[in-house]
Design a protein around this ligand. Structure first.
Ligand code: NAD
Ligand code: MG
Length: 387
């Protein structure tokens, strides 16, 4: 099997690298990364990749030097990155963070490759187009978010028309029991202390604000096509159950596992078979008990915003994701407070509602790109007012 990994040096990328390193039936086509060229070069050598690409032009000399004499091709820049997705491969891991992950995924689908999709922003930003692209080319998208992999697995052998509801779980993050007053002053360092999962910086902060869960509600709708009213989120601090699917006879099928993304990645890699994976086995007696609570919309408005976005449809997901990325950047830069992120996203959506074609149906990548751009500009302008 020929594989490519986009975002190979990140958290999902490293877990994918770990699984690929254990296999001897894999041919690695392309690996891509950002500024950590030393690690990208190491991975490319270890997997005997054909090509290594850094997203940044100025990183080209360093990557070239690190791979000198290896026979591995080197390229840099956004265009080279997208072109790498056109290299024939059978399986592509999409693990770039943010809307930047969208274009390579489209190219992979256009060549009929299986797209292992960790980049949830792709579905939130351009869900209908991405699913259409896959259908047109007979390509398959396999979910790599733990919740969505769990739903996918619970649906094996089932008729999706008999599904009554889907429940995805949220750990609640480090601020699960914080008051609104405390949340207002929450710092970047505090937001980075996720209780269960070890992930990249952006998704870790999104987990603390529940924006990650908000993206995942939309991701569930876009990927499986469920009605928004069928999709629920529940806080489950132990992160052992990843999702549950409820059927019309009242049965709930739950997917359990330790918080290790190698399960969802490995499932997508081995699909439709199951094979050995190096993940810890759960000791239920040791875990003792699992608990659940309803998310508090007052302290975590992101989930309410996701519901609004699902109702609005059209380009609302695009605007939501773009505004969220701007808000996250502003929080990381110390320009706005933790709760300001949700306020900024809400104001951006409200402001776009009146004049931007926000709810026009999605028909082409161009309109997605235009809305992404407009929402970022609007969010940046509104952020200035909040500073
Ligand atoms: P990360 O920040 O650890 O890694 C991101 C990767 O993308 C790195 O290789 C980086 O070099 C590259 N990258 C960043 N910006 C880029 C750009 N503009 N252009 C090209 N490459 C760029 O992120 P992560 O935690 O591995 O998350 C990756 C994706 O997977 C995200 O969409 C995230 O929501 C999703 N996801 C992650 C986890 C997890 O456990 N980490 C779980 C579920 C879903
Ligand atoms: Mg998830």
């Amino acid at each position: 099997m020929r594989v490519s990994v986009f975002g190979a040096t990140g958290s999902i990328g490293e877990s994918t690298f770990d699984l690929l390193s254990r296999r001897n039936d894999i041919r690695t086509v392309a690996l891509t990364g950002g500024r950590n060229v030393a690690r990208l070069a190491e991975q490319a050598k270890a997997l005997h990749a054909e090509l290594a690409v850094t997203a940044y032009d100025d990183c080209y000399p360093a990557l070239k030097a690190a791979l000198a004499g290896s026979g591995i091709e080197v390229a840099a820049g956004t265009e080279a990155l997208v072109a790498a997705a056109e290299r024939p491969c059978d399986w592509m891991m999409s693990a770039i963070v943010g809307a930047a992950g969208l274009a390579p995924g489209f190219r992979a689908l256009a060549q009929g490759a299986t797209l292992a999709l960790a980049n949830k922003e792709s579905l939130v930003t351009a869900g209908p187009l991405l699913m259409r692209e896959a259908a047109q080319h007979g390509a398959r998208i396999l979910p790599v978010d733990s919740e969505h992999s769990a739903v996918f697995q619970a649906l094996v052998g089932e008729d999706i028309a008999q599904v009554e509801r889907v429940i995805i779980t949220a750990s609640g993050g480090p601020f699960r029991d914080w008051s609104r007053e405390r949340l207002e002053k929450a710092t970047l360092a505090q937001a980075m202390k996720h209780p269960n999962w070890d992930m990249g910086q952006r998704i870790t902060i999104d987990s603390a604000s529940l924006f990650n869960k908000a993206l995942e509600l939309i991701e569930t709708r876009e990927y499986f096509g469920f009605d928004p009213a069928q999709i629920e989120a529940v806080v489950h601090p132990q992160s052992i159950i990843h999702a549950l699917v409820g059927f019309r006879d009242g049965a709930l099928m739950a997917h359990l596992g330790p918080p290790d993304m190698r399960h969802a990645i490995g499932y997508a890699l081995n699909w439709p078979r199951r094979d050995d994976l190096p993940v810890a086995r759960l000791d239920l007696a040791r875990i003792g008990s699992l608990s659940f609570e309803a998310p508090d919309p007052d302290r975590f408005p992101a989930l309410r915003l996701a519901r609004e976005v699902m109702e609005l449809r059209g380009h609302a997901g695009t605007a939501f994701n773009a505004a969220k990325e701007v808000a996250l950047d502003a929080f990381i830069a110390g320009q706005i407070g933790f709760l300001d992120m949700a306020a900024l996203v809400e104001r951006t959506i409200d402001s776009l509602l009146s004049d931007s074609g926000l709810t026009d149906p999605v028909t082409a990548l161009e309109t997605i790109a235009a809305m992404d751009q407009m929402a970022r500009e609007r969010a940046r302008a509104l952020a200035m007012e909040m500073v």
